[in-house]
Design a protein around this ligand. Sequence first.
Ligand SMILES: [Fe+2]
Length: 247
Amino acid sequence: MFHIFNIRHSKIEPVFNILETDVHNHLLPEVDDGSGSVEESLNCMCVLEEVGFSQMYITPHFQEPRFPNSEGDIKNRFVEFKKDVENSGLYMNLLGVGGEYRIDDGFVRRISQDSFLTVGQDEYILVELSLRQHRMGFEKTIYDLQMAGHQVILAHPERYHYLATNSNMLQQLKDQGTLFQCNILSLSGFYGSESRSRATELIEKGWVELLGTDLHNETYAKALREATRSRTVRSVLKKYHFLNHEL
Ligand SMILES: [Fe+2]
């Protein structure tokens, strides 16, 4: 029904079944720059199943003023969407809804309210940084969260060019206990060769605990299908252990 990407002769191997769980994507419809409709989300989830994922968390953006989402609203939308998934015939297990929290002024205010949507049994908070601008002191914000008893996952560290030359800062984040989540599409070259080599380096150092799709829409879904054939992706999945299914 939803197999819109099934092109004849393009057999896809479910290489991501070893991960089981996707921990980062934007498939809750119409709440951020991710999926624009229920139909698009179901199409993308169909591809996630096809490439081997059987369960997932959804992690919409929380970023002011661009995506002024509230936890309550996102939870309600998730309950509605879960019904759509159950009625769709897909077998994907929707484990829950978290967030991808941009570390900005709004996030710093949020820490005092201590209300976050989290992923996993240990209630991990997924955070991201600006791709362009280094926010001075962001590591202290992460540290404050950790001191308040939260587990923190940094989304796609390979995508922040200003961290690439700052291995001390990356080391410090690891020493603080920050988990790193790289994007599968970084490994396949979707964001360019620099993100690919940075992701590979971080994984080779043993600093990356999680892989995520960061799937936004059908373009990403198509790229994810292609990533199943990527040599880098396959070799990483073979050589390294990730915690996706243990989260
Ligand atoms: Fe994301």
